[in-house]
Write a protein that binds this ligand. Structure first.
Ligand SMILES: [Zn+2]
Length: 194
């Protein structure tokens, strides 16, 4: 696929998700030819930071193939230095024009954080605390409005944090990058861009 701008990249994702949601997938760019073509290099058209949830694999929900999406996944699609560094690499070195933060309905990481906030629970002493700490501001702000609201608030927070990153902000200001939030519905298969 030739280099796309952010608008064209977003359209490709929307078209692919419409196919996936309708059960009309094409599984593009997954053959031996494509693999061979990519062995010398990659030019993905979008970066996706999504939840690690097994029901939300970006290549499947957007019906895309090899070499098309630069994907980073963590529970609750939270940021950490290696995650941010990976996304910076995708933008600065691979030239992705679009960065999608993909949350989803019934996210267990967001639910667990809302539960911890509601219970006033202290740290567990595990690395899971780092997820809860990252999601906590969204949970505190939106949990009263329900899990869906907390999921949206968490996506908004991550989009805002990425937008505040110096490298990514410079790329956006130069017109080389657009950062968008999105939420995937586990039941319908539809991604709603925000
Ligand atoms: Zn999740």
């Amino acid at each position: 696929m030739a280099a796309l701008d952010a608008a064209a990249a977003l359209e490709e994702l929307q078209r692919g998700n419409a196919r996936f949601a309708a059960g009309a997938v094409e599984h593009p760019a997954q053959g031996v030819d494509r693999r061979a073509q990519l062995a010398g290099g990659q030019q993905p058209f979008a970066a996706v930071l999504s939840c690690a949830d097994s029901r939300v694999p970006p290549e499947l929900v957007f019906d895309r193939g090899l070499g098309e999406l630069f994907v980073v996944r963590t529970a609750g699609q939270v940021l950490s230095p290696p995650v941010l560094g990976s996304l910076q690499y995708g933008v600065a070195h691979l030239g992705v024009p679009l960065l999608v933060v993909l949350g989803h309905s019934a996210c267990g990481a967001v639910q667990a954080t809302c539960d911890a906030v509601a219970a006033g629970a202290g740290p567990s002493g595990t690395a899971i605390d780092s997820l809860v700490d990252a999601i906590r501001p969204a949970a505190e702000r939106a949990a009263a409005a329900g899990l869906d609201a907390a999921v949206r608030a968490n996506v908004e927070d991550v989009v805002a944090d990425l937008g505040g990153d110096e490298l990514l902000a410079a790329a956006a200001a130069a017109g080389r990058l657009r950062i968008v939030g999105a939420v995937y519905d586990l039941a319908t298969g539809e991604v709603t861009f925000r």
